[in-house]
Design a protein around this ligand. Structure first.
Ligand code: ADP
Ligand code: ZN
Length: 743
């Protein structure tokens, strides 16, 4: 492990009394004493006593003032300083900023930056290997004082073949490690340190593809910003397949050449497989990954590599934003419109928005990339806060697919079937031409609802207000909110009737049954988040589609993103209305983005694509804009509507979710909050009302929604408000600044 450079924080210098922030939901950093023999500086990771435990924290600042300051005599000593690079000042400021913005204790945010307890354990022991010492012959005479038994000679023989750990040599020789150790102690085997298998680093000087004129201009703008340095936000706005990825790869190359780190955030890590391949082909080495699928060992290694600046390009999910980068020089948020960037539990934050903050604090460029930018980013580009770089054409002259709405009221599918004759004809034609088709249905499992034909009883989750979703392949019913699972019952749990349980509505599994019936020879495969569980499974899936092992691909929103399947020429959206009736602020926007992204999967390369969207609302603005290919018109109309209603991004929203195990308690707490709600110019508090998901994991939920003008200090207002309302018992109030989910 590398020791700390002497000049890590020259401005702060050694401190005697310091504040240490712990990764716990405490009200602030606590004072500790740094003993003379253990000098610490701001950012150092340290072990401190807390009550009867010891906790690992970060030296946050000079101690003395503010909350947590205690009398000299009661100060406890810092017990240990870890030999790790200190958390840089900008990372500490970022933690404070996010905490203050989201109204969370800083320690709760710090926990996201320290999510690798293994880092703080023992350092990795250097691997030591042994080989035959010079001048020793396994079959030669025994040296002075050592008896060479046949066993020992076998060890020497094995060791002659090359340096290996002692245990391995012993195993190969069929002896105990003790035998090998004796020979090492006697000097017949000599030790060599195996150099750390340092991974190859992405190389920014490798040449990328020849860029088109538009691509070159966009890449030039980005690299200029990197060379100039400083904060700059860019919206990279280009149709699917226009080469946005190639363009921001150029920016990454520029960052690498300057010896700094780049972070690329992707919304769904299961989908990064093809991205990783492209990156590796372009830069000659894989990037450093950061997501929940990593093993503890990988997490530890990657965290350290980021902290030491050895990890040059990090690709990850939301949490990658909180890694302790030592020299971050660029952030890219790919598919920036994706709502998966919003973390909905624990510290509730939007990783795209926080990434912009991080870039600002760090004085570095940020690129937001999308074919369907969020309304927020669109407005920021329109008002000049972000620079917009536009890529209007698909690479290589591929044309955008033709999108048609299929009115399911006119073209009715047969009873208990979901494909219209129009879509079936298109499928038949596509298969006949040896091309691939994709059917999109954003519903996992077999059926979203199961009911009893005899008594009408519907199968519900016992602890959530939600139906149980049937997963027929594994013969289970699941709650998609809490994970509650039961075996699919034979008899109705309410009336006992046997064989009367009926599935209502389609999920992807049921759709695949219909497809298999219609096309018994076609190779059909389902892709959903429960069938594609990680990067490896996703990679395998992408390979199978690319190599034509699959004819019809059926998927949930997991297929909407980022894949390039050259033979995929037909996309059928089975239920285009599914997202429209969500009724919340962004239902239309999200629906449009999702359907447009799905449509973008059709007709890459040289084959034109066709997209059929089944809908009962062909007149809906979303459907009209899709069919007309009028993204900008749609966004303009959305923006107009939001402006009129003072909704984000023209006004601000904060949601408060009150929950408690007891229904009355939840109601009383919510009402108490409402009574003390802030008032003022343009400030409105709606509710309390029952949350749509009024019961979740056995807790009753109520919602309040605060609506304010754009410039309002909502955090200040909320702090004052929440401080007045006693929250008792097991009641909880979750604050969701800029809410995306209204469930
Ligand atoms: P986007 O990110 O906008 O969807 P991509 O960067 O993924 O677009 O590009 C779409 C496809 O076209 C990819 O397979 C990519 O490798 C290819 N491509 C884009 N630009 C070029 C280029 N200048 N030269 C060669 N291939 C390119
Ligand atoms: Zn549940």
């Amino acid at each position: 492990m590398q020791s700390r450079p002497a000049s890590s924080s020259p401005a702060v210098g050694p401190l005697r009394r310091v504040k240490v922030l712990l990764p716990l939901p405490l009200d602030g950093a606590y004072d500790y004493r740094a003993a003379a023999g253990l000098p610490v500086e701001a950012g150092d990771f340290v072990l401190v006593p807390l009550g009867r435990r010891e906790e690992i924290g970060v030296v946050w600042s000079a101690g003395g003032a503010g909350p947590g300051a205690i009398a000299e005599g009661r100060l406890k000593d810092i017990a240990h300083r870890f030999d790790l690079p200190p958390l840089p000042a900008v990372a500490r400021r970022f933690v404070d900023w996010v905490a203050s913005y989201t109204l969370n204790p800083p320690g709760a945010v710090l926990r996201m930056a320290m999510s690798v307890s293994a880092v703080f354990g023992e350092g990795p022991r250097p691997a030591i290997a042994y080989r035959l010492a010079a001048g020793v012959a396994p079959d030669g005479p025994a040296p002075e004082g050592v008896k060479l038994t046949p066993q020992r000679r076998r060890v020497l023989e094995i060791a002659r073949a090359g340096a290996r750990p002692l245990s391995e040599i012993a195993r190969e020789a069929g002896v105990g490690v003790g035998v090998a150790r004796t020979l090492a102690d006697a000097g017949l085997l000599e030790s060599v340190v195996i150099p750390d298998a340092t991974a190859a680093m992405p190389d920014g000087s490798r040449a990328g593809p020849d860029l088109s004129e538009d691509q070159r201009l966009a890449a030039g703008e980005l690299t200029a910003k990197i060379e100039k340095g400083g904060y700059a936000a860019t919206l990279l706005d280009g149709v699917t397949g226009s080469g946005k990825t190639e363009v921001y790869f150029e920016a990454i190359a520029a960052v690498l050449k300057r010896g700094r780190q780049a972070l690329v955030m992707l919304p769904e890590i299961a989908l990064t497989a093809s991205w990783l391949e492209r990156f590796t082909a372009r830069f000659g080495a894989a990037p450093t990954e950061w997501h929940s699928e990593l093993s503890a060992k990988q997490r530890r290694a990657n965290w350290l590599a980021v902290a030491k600046g050895e990890a040059r390009v990090v690709v990850g999910a939301r949490s990658a934003l909180f890694l302790p980068y030592s020299k971050l020089g660029l952030i890219v948020v790919d598919e920036e419109h994706d709502t998966a960037f919003k973390q909905e539990d624990g510290v509730i934050y939007h990783a795209r928005d926080m990434a912009v903050v991080r870039a600002h604090l760090g004085g570095i460029p940020i690129v937001l990339s999308s074919a369907t930018p969020s309304l927020e980013s669109t407005v920021n580009a329109d008002t000049g806060r972000y620079q917009r770089l536009h890529l209007p054409l698909r690479h290589g002259g591929a044309v955008l697919p033709v999108i048609e709405a299929v009115d399911i009221r006119q073209h009715r599918p047969p009873h208990q079937r979901w494909l219209t004759p129009v879509l079936r004809d298109a499928l038949t034609e596509t298969l006949a031409q040896g091309e691939q088709a994709m059917l999109f249905l954003n519903r996992r499992g077999y059926a979203p609802l199961t009911l009893c034909r005899a008594c009408g009883h519907r199968l519900k989750c016992p602890t959530c207000s939600a139906w149980l979703v049937e997963h027929r392949l594994i013969r289970q019913l699941q709650c998609h909110h809490c994970g509650y699972t039961i075996k699919s019952p034979e008899a109705c749990p309410a009336c006992g009737a046997v064989g009367e349980m009926a599935a209502c509505g389609p999920g992807v599994e049921r759709l695949s049954e219909e497809v298999a019936e219609l096309y018994p020879k076609a190779r059909v495969s389902v892709m959903a988040s429960d069938t594609i569980t990680g990067p490896a499974a996703a990679a395998e899936f992408v390979r199978a589609v690319t190599e034509r092992e699959i004819d019809i691909l059926i998927g949930t929103q997991i297929v909407a993103k980022g894949h390039h399947f050259p033979l995929l020429t037909l996309v059928g959206v089975v239920d285009g209305d599914l997202g429209l009736d969500g009724g919340d602020l962004r239902a239309s926007e999200r629906s449009f983005q999702l359907l447009y992204q799905v449509a973008g999967r059709a007709g890459r390369a040289d084959r034109p694509g066709r997209v059929l969207v089944q809908t009962a609302n062909p007149e809906h603005p979303v459907m009209r804009a899709l069919v007309a290919g009028d993204r900008d018109g749609f966004l303009a109309a959305e923006a107009e509507g939001r402006k009129r209603r003072h909704m984000p991004p023209f006004g601000r929203l904060v949601a408060l979710i009150v929950s408690a195990g007891d229904k009355e308690h939840a109601d009383a707490t919510a009402r108490a909050l409402a009574r003390l709600a802030p008032r003022g110019d343009g400030v409105e508090v709606l509710g309390p009302s029952e949350a749509p998901l009024s019961l979740l994991r056995g807790r009753h939920r109520r919602r309040l929604l605060m609506k304010t003008p754009r410039g309002t200090d909502v955090q200040g207002m909320l702090r004052d408000w929440l401080a007045q309302v006693p929250i008792t018992g097991d009641a909880r109030v979750q604050v969701d600044i800029d809410p995306y989910s209204f469930m």
